[in-house]
Design a protein around this ligand. Sequence first.
Ligand code: GLU
Length: 497
Amino acid sequence: MSSSVLSSGFSEVRVRFAPSPTGYLHVGGARSALFNLLFAKHNQGKFILRIEDTDQARSTEESLRMMILDLKWLGLNWDEGPHPETLQDMGAYGPYKQSERLSIYKKVADELLASKKAYYCFMTDAEIDEAREKLKAAGEQPHVQSPYENLDPALALQKLAAGEKAVVRFRTRELKKDYILNDLIRGDVKFPSDMVSDFVLLRSDGMPVYNFCCVVDDHMMKISHVLRAEEHLPNTLRQLMIYEGMNWPVPQFGHMSLVLDEDRQKLSKRKGAVSCDQFRIDGYLPSAMNNFMALLGWSDPGGRELLTLQEMIDAFTIERLNPAGAVFDRVKLKWMNAQHLRALPNDQIWKLISSYLDAAGLKLPQDLSWQMQSVETFKSKLEVLADAVALYTPLDDSKYEIFPESEEALKWESTRPVLMAWKEAITNHPTETISEADFLKIQDEVKNKSAQKGKNLFFPIRIALIGKPHGTELQILVPLLSKKSILTRAEKALAKC
Ligand code: GLU
């Protein structure tokens, strides 16, 4: 199948996700990783994780580990790249961290210097700024022409040997033409070559710039398709020039739409979580995240909204990627999470919510049948795992307290008789647990005995169960409480009126 999507010079689908480990994994990045994985797996290809850490001041191992943790959590497993635990290279095209590939970039830069496609430029920053300002003042494009463009290479080497600092620049002035990129998502994109001037490949400290190492790595790692964020579209011109300069086969490119906030601005933290780890902490399921992210700019040919990873792999083609910005609809994400969550077996849901309940310090019954019954009761109310804490808190006896908003109702004359009748009815109930139907019957009994109705009847009962006159529906709560705990709570309420 893969042969149909390959262009000449490539024998296998190989794609990569190439994050810079300078922070957390943004959902936009995770979506890029996902689309790459879906494409690779759909075409029996390879998905590679490459670490673009040449910005040494900002790249950290901690960030790399965090990103790897998030990718693993999402189940976006890579075939080649740093090993998820040891970070040691896995695969035949390493090293997979750019910081470990400096000698490779140097070698390619030397080749470009030797073929006169690149040259050493000794201009200082101040000289560049001055030249740029002059061009601007003259109303021209700020494309600085280096006086070292045609410097004799032997002389350049002498200057370097004498300790002078130089960058390596790619020569662009002779490349007078339009570069046409047949973008797989955006169609033909035309870049006139004079959009750029002679650009830097290697800085004076020998560090390569992004556009250079990206091309070198994509070539050496035999990347067949570059699927990446739209913001990299303008970089592609420089990258095409380097491919041409090296006479390397050009991979196919697809620039994926931006992920936007509800107000159609670039997705940012102001509107809520944007990092994968925050979604994990909030209790989103990886299956729901993947499903949701896939539909940000891609659609299933069958129109399905709820899909597993395998279903997405089976259905994924680049033709269905939409170039228009995709809105990150948090309400839809929650809905989708709820659907994925409710589709899980109860024991799995219990396992997932337990860590939230434990972290909140809730003490709840240990027996399995109670746990399963509670999940059955609450799962229709769970959207994210963290919701479990608020749902289960009223079931923990140690959390029972009488809240200040109950004070007024506790002062009513009618409250004590209602609570006495309630306590008596519970005491007389023949079984340890009370079903929803039993509870409704008991409530009627209390109504008749105390001759109270409306809030005079319901508020005291609520207070005796959850400590406040408003809150959780009692008939779903009562079957999950033991008779003993209902009585203890009733006594606490009685003691206050
Ligand atoms: N390191 C780049 C980024 O994080 C990758 C760009 C690319 O995929 O070419 O945006």
